[in-house]
Ligand binder design. Structure first.
Ligand SMILES: [Zn+2]
Length: 138
């Protein structure tokens, strides 16, 4: 049993939530949709990724660099040209979902993930693997 000052270490001490804020620029247009986003245009997407999991032997839940790698994949791209968005429309919701899947594919241990992405200053989408993390959507 480890003690930090007078705090007895809880059993789940290895579990922590990390977060990484991100930003990327990308173009998109929405198919089968009548409205502003039917025409090609760009957004300054920004948001946050959270990973809830066990620290590995290095002390990481996940290397922040791995999150950056996933985000950089979208930067300065026409999202409609990416294989992920040949069927799915590149909406903020579907981008959040895609980021979550890409992250899940990198994680080997049991982890929960949450992704919040803003398409504009006032519009965002949130996706999580665990409803317990819904408070992060605020
Ligand atoms: Zn748009």
């Amino acid at each position: 049993m480890f003690y930090y000052g007078k705090i007895k270490e809880p059993l789940n001490i290895k579990y922590m939530i990390i977060s990484k804020d991100f930003h990327f620029e990308a173009a998109h247009h929405l198919r089968n949709y009548i409205g502003k986003c039917q025409f090609p245009h760009g957004h300054s997407y920004h948001g946050t990724v959270w990973v809830d999991g066990k620290r590995n032997e290095i002390g990481f839940v996940i290397d922040y660099g791995e999150i950056s790698e996933i985000i950089n994949y979208f930067d300065h791209k026409d999202l409609n040209e990416l294989p992920e968005f040949q069927e799915l429309n590149p909406t903020a919701e579907n981008i959040a979902y895609t980021i979550m899947i890409k992250l899940a594919n990198k994680l080997t241990d049991t982890h929960d993930i949450a992704v919040k992405i803003h398409e504009t200053a006032s519009s965002s989408a949130f996706k999580t693997t665990n409803p317990r993390l819904i408070f992060l959507a605020r």
